[in-house]
Design a protein around this ligand. Structure first.
Ligand SMILES: [Fe+2]
Length: 478
């Protein structure tokens, strides 16, 4: 039986295909339509999904009735979306469509892809239907079956996600898209506005209305630093509550706020084991919608679930190019499902020296303050970063301290931290071999790793996109 999960209509549309408990395909619409954060489905993506078989059932990631009601309550322009009609537009007829629940889809995406039997699941996001924060207990039953119960929820208009997005908008960035830039700005500011922000949040102010006229004359970096402090304070409160309500030592953290890798470091203070699905935002809910409806765990093996560029991982060509020009694009295998390039649609570069940071920033046309992330052999991570031997971060979800920040300015933030990706042989043999080869030639087991995309465009998806990148920037994509 072929099951589809669909998350579409708001931002970052996605589609997942599951057969039995195996995830056969999952991708973001934007990768096919080439429209950043495309909210809607895309015909090419649908055709790719159909190559795995016609769906027998489709699970929609939220409840369109409840969402319409909330929009009415919020005074938002209420464009009622009928998923059945919507899917008909894309040529999908005569398939049963079942509606889910926004937070349950988030929670199930996380739990069903984790390796935990039992877990506490904390979901923090901006808004779906009414719930904006939820704590649930998930328990494995016989086989892949599980049961879940929601123990706590907070509802609209109180929302940590809307708070963080409103500050993103206040500093002149794009809400629902640029929150990670606000997080990066935090290291450059002073948290002078914490008291005022705390007060606003606890007063129940509806951040959905924005706060463009608040904090007049405030420095934008100070606002970013303040928002980060307030978010982390609230996250810590929620982590404590999650632990006490569930008694669990395993945590699954989901929702768009789980992308705040700076704050995620606190999770290990309250839980022994933590799983954050590499696509914890709404796009990941295409997988979650299926798991939630069927109350079934899924066989999560890899985040490389999208479009396939055939061929062996180009270790030899990439090394040649790195040794010659210090920079190379890699477009190989199946594309990452999630916002981070994890080696299959990556721009890799020498992590030493300031000039490489400037060179890559020029290509990406990013704000100068934004650092790049390193990808490093798992067995060497403790030599370069302040972590214990055995530390893993396969999906770039945690910030760690660099031991020699001045030696690697391209991959270290102003506060001396790095958002690290660790690699072992089992996780990605090609990338692991590439890093080993690079270490053999240079002594460094690490590379700068950023997403392979033309400024303002989604990540490269197909070989044609890779060729466009190569032609535009004159950087070889192997
Ligand atoms: Fe969400």
């Amino acid at each position: 039986m072929i099951k589809w999960g669909v998350a579409a209509g708001t931002h970052d549309g996605s589609l997942a295909v599951v057969k039995g408990n195996d995830i056969l395909f999952a991708s973001h619409s934007e990768r096919y339509s080439r429209i950043k954060n495309d909210a809607h489905l895309d015909q090419e993506m649908i055709d790719e999904a159909l190559s795995f078989g016609h769906p027998d059932i489709i699970y929609w990631y939220e409840d369109p009735y409840k969402k319409a009601l909330r929009k009415l309550y919020a005074g938002q322009p209420n464009k009622w979306m009928n998923p059945k009609k919507y899917l008909t537009q894309w040529g999908i007829h005569n398939v049963s469509i079942k509606y889910g629940n926004h937070h349950e889809s988030h929670a199930a995406a996380g739990y069903s892809t984790s390796n935990f039997s039992n877990a506490a699941v904390l979901v923090i996001d901006a808004i779906g239907e009414f719930t904006t924060t939820s704590i649930s207990l998930y328990k494995n039953k016989r086989g892949n079956n599980y049961s879940s119960s929601c123990l706590f929820r907070r509802s609209y208009p109180w929302s940590l996600g809307l708070f963080y997005s409103a500050i993103t908008d206040r500093v002149g960035l794009k809400p629902n898209e640029d929150e990670y830039i606000l997080m990066g700005m935090a290291a450059y500011g002073r948290p002078r506005w914490v008291y005022d922000m705390r007060k606003l949040l606890s007063s129940g102010y509806n951040f959905h209305k924005g706060c463009r006229h608040f904090f007049p004359d405030a420095d934008e970096f100070d606002l970013a630093a303040s928002a980060q402090v307030v978010y982390e304070e609230e996250l810590i409160k929620l982590l404590k509550l999650t632990r006490s309500l569930t008694g669990e030592k395993n945590l699954v953290l989901m929702g768009g706020c789980a992308l705040n890798c700076l704050a995620n470091r606190h999770t290990h203070d309250y839980f022994n084991n933590v799983w954050i699905m590499p696509n914890p935002g709404d796009a990941g809910s295409s997988i979650g919608a299926i798991a939630a409806a069927e109350k079934q765990k899924l066989n999560w093996k890899t985040p490389y679930l999208g479009e396939n560029i055939e061929g062996k991982y180009p270790v030899k060509n990439a090394i040649e190019e790195l040794l010659k020009n210090k920079i190379v694009g890699v477009a190989s295998g199946r594309a990452e499902f999630g916002p981070r390039a994890l080696g299959n649609r990556s721009l890799l570069a020498d992590p030493t020296g300031q000039e490489m940071k400037d060179a890559v920033n020029k290509i990406k046309k990013r704000q100068e303050f934004r650092p790049f992330a390193p990808v490093i052999l798992e067995e060497d991570v403790h030599k370069y970063f302040d972590v214990e031997r055995g530390f893993t971060s396969p999906y770039m979800q945690y910030i760690v301290r660099a031991k020699e920040p001045t030696k690697y300015p391209a991959i270290v933030h102003r506060d001396g931290s790095s958002r690290v990706q660790t690699v072992n042989k089992l996780q990605h043999e090609g990338l692991w071999r590439l890093l080993n080869q690079y270490k053999k030639h240079t002594g460094t087991p690490m590379l700068l790793n950023t997403s392979l995309n033309i400024k303002g465009e989604p990540m490269v998806n197909t070989r044609k996109d890779a060729d466009n990148f190569q032609a535009k920037y004159n950087i070889k994509v192997v």
